[in-house]
Ligand binder design. Structure first.
Ligand SMILES: Cc1cc2nc3c(=O)[nH]c(=O)nc-3n(C[C@H](O)[C@H](O)[C@H](O)COP(=O)(O)O)c2cc1C
Length: 331
């Protein structure tokens, strides 16, 4: 894996600063619940992402020290800069959670102002906070005053097409000490449908002086440059496309990735997940990544089914070796 890395950090002068932290490059891995765990973040970093986020973390779980918390906040030094993302509707609890999380030494903390899922918005968190700008101000005032690390936000552009208050929210975040802003350019009600409004990202970039990361609908290497030049944003955040093609962070489309490299990445991540979660859970959790990685390969249906249903690590290796015609690397 390491040999195949294109180290964009060595090529890039720093792209932007968050608080005092220099980010060496202009590509970020988006936070994705169920996906942006430590091994996947590490792959993204090694392939050239300059910045990675954890999955979102429920402030209630932090305050109550839920057993699930340990997996969410586990990271290794090589991932840095790594951002912990939290969500909640309650400013006091968010502050308490952020203070606890600061103790685990992330590079900074991000507040989720974009999650559209029912369970999150029903309690007034995620994208629902966009409907309460005064609460956003309270949250950022408290967190930026109390924490000694930077605080950023990842926001959508509004609740629905009639309530696109992104410029108001962006200004509040900046005025209340927010150090950076990532904009997923869709409204809450759009969820993941329709197109992201790159015009909105351009307007946010023009209206604040903190760094702005543009996000939404970057599917190819060509889209990265297109988003940057269209909006003038400081960096580009990539989510879904990275699940099928983390090589996008090395500026390579999936068709440019040789099978050898794909195989090495698969084996490396599978082994890392087995180390993290144990054999059975690691194999099962790896399936969704494997499905994405292999989707462009047009494997026979039955073969794919075998690969995606086995719970046995040796069997999975055997199937993969068979497909890639490789000797066992880890067995
Ligand atoms: C499976 C999945 C999980 C996500 N989880 C989070 C999350 O935990 N926090 C967050 O801010 N956004 C989350 N998002 C939104 C992404 O970070 C990103 O904003 C969105 O996918 C748009 O970017 P894309 O077009 O590059 O995928 C999630 C998206 C997906 C598809």
């Amino acid at each position: 894996m390491t040999k195949q890395i294109i180290n964009r950090e060595q090529q890039a002068s720093y792209a932007f600063c968050v608080g005092g932290i220099r980010v060496l490059g202009d590509l970020a891995l988006a936070p994705m619940d169920g996906y942006t765990i430590s091994p996947f973040r590490l792959i993204a970093r090694r392939l050239g992402a300059a910045l990675v986020y954890t999955e979102f973390i429920n402030a209630i779980d932090v305050v109550q020290r839920a057993p699930s918390l340990a997996d969410r906040i586990k990271f290794c030094e090589e991932e840095r800069p790594v951002v912990f993302q939290i969500y909640d509707d309650n400013p006091e609890r968010l502050l308490k959670a952020a203070q606890i999380l600061e103790g685990y030494a992330p590079d900074w903390i991000d507040v989720n102002l974009g999650c559209p899922s029912r369970s999150v918005v029903h309690r007034g968190a995620g994208a629902a906070l966009l409907q309460s700008p005064a609460k956003i101000a309270q949250i950022f005032e408290r967190l930026t005053t109390a924490l000694s690390i930077p605080v950023s936000a990842k926001m959508r552009i509004g609740w629905d097409e009639h309530n696109l208050n992104y410029l108001e929210v962006a200004k509040i975040i900046e005025d209340c000490g927010g150090a950076m802003l990532a904009v997923h350019a869709r409204s809450k009600t759009q969820s993941y449908s329709g197109n992201a409004s790159w015009d909105a990202i351009a307007q946010v970039k023009q209206s604040v002086s903190i760094p702005v990361i543009g996000n939404g609908d970057v599917r190819t290497v060509q889209d990265i440059e297109a988003l940057k030049s269209y909006t003038g944003c400081d960096a580009v955040m990539i989510g879904r496309a990275a699940l099928k093609n983390p090589w996008i962070f090395s500026l390579r489309n999936r068709s440019e990735v040789p099978p050898e490299e794909l195989y090495h990445a698969i084996v490396w991540q599978l082994q890392a997940m087995v180390e993290l979660y144990g054999e059975q859970r690691g194999v099962v959790l790896f399936r969704k990544y494997l499905k994405g990685y292999l989707s462009p390969c047009s494997l026979p249906r039955e073969y794919m089914l075998d690969i995606l249903t086995t719970q046995n690590l040796s069997e999975l290796f055997r199937l993969l070796e068979n497909y890639f015609q490789k000797p066992a690397v880890f067995a």
